[in-house]
Write a protein that binds this ligand. Structure first.
Ligand code: ZN
Ligand code: ZN
Length: 571
């Protein structure tokens, strides 16, 4: 999951519509933002390529102290520049852009100098994602792509030397991120094999032979170095409150603190469980039968969910079923006046391309703001590669009801709809540095909103939505619990399985994710709860209209909910 950047990032970024009307805006500010971005791409060509600027592909950047130093100077200059810009001449969108740029730069500086992940996480240093992106994205003919990535290949030994020099001595790295880097090495070597294959295809095998051999030796050398360090690795993977609170503030941009969000999630968890308990009790006789229901809340809910999960599509129907549901969701949104959909932008459902597979499931793949010509896809990975038992487990998870909620989340009115709206407000800043909590929060809000509108109305759907919603809430409880409160692995697994009705394999995967990442898992609940609170606040005003609320909320693009709320409450 951490190997392929395209999958992990799942950037729901927007391609600006070039023909969109330009509102009264300060051209000077837009120029300034533009020159910041161009300067940033020069210093950070990896970020440039990830954003779709493939012409930066041949530029090598090493994870060295010198490079971090140049970046620091650049960021500090631009922070001062944007802080100097007066707000008065800017329109609403530009004011949000300015706030987001300042927040992004502050966040980058904090990462460089306080979080310092480059010093304690060996997995931070992984050149394979970019090589894979340059090799396998169809932005140019193969010979040109090989030419573009060659300098990076040649620089791999220097890359790993810089990485080793960046890592803290005296065992100040974490065991978990070291093991991850070691586990990822075969994947890195796999990308090198891929390059060898494609080079041979293009008749360039000889020219790539020596750099590939040196690159392989460099990967193996890094692994050997990490294996030597491993026995002394003693930094905890847990962030601790001192780093967690500022990271939450930088990444989520919430009006609440991490602690407040955690407390709020605990409260929401209790509400959801109480209503799931009532629904499960009501469903018990028809779903389970005359057997006496267990007194324990979790046992009661778990039994009913397990039985209902038997209703699912056949494995070979998985992709077709998802494809069939999209027009149903579109019709529901239209017929229930929930928001206006742009009919000229139909969503293309496709099987995930082979080279992007590896993480099961479904997700929106959208082009970055520099690739407006590329299409947006709803990638669905068919269950082909799984054993019968694995396929059955996936199908029970994505059962009759949950599969519909998944489509609501990923596609309509979730991520895809949000993306279409974001595209209408052309802002490169929001498209590039969009707020993850707004994006995920909208998708989670969309699930609730659809259930409220009566979609799929049945006690079974309500219970299954409860399970799905509980997952977002539990993500927050888990992340804060593990990183700040020292939650043990056994307690985490119990929270996820017995108390949130997830499968053992899903829980295991989540435990791994929470050790290797931090804060991101809180984005779902944090964003959702702020959007929901905003709606409830506006609802109390006369003339509130749900459709108008949705359309206005989405019209600001992927800005932090806190900033959107301030605008919407102003009126
Ligand atoms: Zn089954
Ligand atoms: Zn999502």
């Amino acid at each position: 999951m951490f190997f392929n950047r395209r999958q992990f990032n799942l950037v729901f970024t927007a391609a600006p519509l070039l023909s969109a009307p330009v509102l009264a805006q300060d051209a000077g500010f837009d120029k300034l933002a533009e020159s910041f971005l161009e300067g940033l791409w020069k210093l950070d060509p990896d970020a440039a390529v990830n954003a779709g600027r493939f012409e930066f592909g041949p530029q090598v950047s090493l994870p060295s102290a010198a490079r971090r130093g140049r970046l620091r100077v650049f960021l500090k200059q631009w922070l001062a520049e944007f802080e100097r810009q007066p707000e008065a001449p800017l329109n609403t969108s530009q004011r949000m852009d300015r706030a987001m740029l300042i927040a992004k730069i502050q966040s980058d500086l904090w990462r460089l100098d306080s979080l310092r992940e480059w010093s304690w996480s060996p997995a931070e240093h992984n050149p394979a994602g970019l090589l894979d992106l340059l090799l396998n994205t169809d932005y140019a003919p193969l010979p040109e792509r090989l030419k573009t990535l060659r300098p990076r290949l040649v620089a791999l030994p220097a890359y790993y030397r810089a990485a080793q020099a960046s890592l803290a001595g005296d065992g100040g790295i974490t065991r978990e991120h070291s093991e991850l880097a070691i586990q990822q090495a075969p994947g890195v070597l796999g990308v090198l094999d891929d390059i060898a294959r494609r080079a041979a295809e293009a008749g360039q095998a000889a020219a790539f032979k020596a750099p590939l051999a040196q690159a392989r030796a460099a990967v193996n050398g890094y692994v050997a170095h990490l294996k030597r360090l491993l026995p002394t690795a003693r930094r905890s993977f847990r962030l601790g409150a001192e780093l967690y609170e500022p990271k939450f503030a930088h990444d989520i941009q919430s009006a609440r603190t991490a602690r407040q969000t955690y407390d709020f999630a605990q409260q929401r968890r209790e509400e959801v469980l109480a209503s799931m308990q009532a629904q499960a009790a009501a469903l018990w006789p028809s779903v389970i039968g005359s057997e006496a229901p267990p007194a324990d809340r979790f046992a009661l809910i778990g039994r009913v969910i397990a039985k209902l999960s038997e209703r699912h599509v056949k494995r070979e129907q998985f992709v077709d079923e998802i494809r069939a549901q999209i027009p149903v969701l579109e019709a529901w949104i239209r017929d229930h006046d929930l928001l206006t959909q742009d009919a000229s932008k139909p969503l293309v459902v496709r099987e995930t391309p082979e080279y992007e597979r590896g993480v099961a499931g479904a997700g929106i793949e959208a082009p970055g703001p520099y690739r407006p010509q590329d299409r947006t896809y709803y990638n669905v990975t068919p269950l082909d590669g799984l054993s019968d038992a694995e396929a059955e487990s996936s199908l029970r998870e994505y059962n009759h009801w949950i599969l519909q909620i998944l489509n609501i989340h990923e596609a309509i009115p979730g991520h895809y709809t949000q993306l279409v709206y974001a595209n209408r407000a052309p802002s490169k800043v929001k498209a590039l540095f969009g707020n993850g909590a707004m994006v995920e929060g909208w998708a989670v809000y969309g699930e609730r909103m659809m259930i409220e509108s009566g979609y799929g109305a049945s006690p079974e759907m309500t219970l299954m939505w409860g399970k799905w919603h509980l997952r977002s809430v539990t993500n927050t409880v888990l992340d804060y619990g593990v990183h700040v409160l020292g939650m043990s692995e056994a307690d985490a697994i119990d929270l996820l399985t017995r108390q949130a009705f997830q499968t053992a394999s899903e829980a295991k995967e989540k435990w791994r994710r929470v050790q290797l990442s931090s804060v991101q898992l809180t984005s779902y609940f944090s964003g959702y709860s702020e959007i929901f609170a905003l709606r409830e606040q506006l609802k109390s005003r006369p003339g509130f209209d749900l459709k108008r609320f949705h359309e206005q909320f989405l019209s600001y693009g992927s800005a932090p909910v806190r900033l959107i709320a301030a605008e919407m409450l102003k009126a």
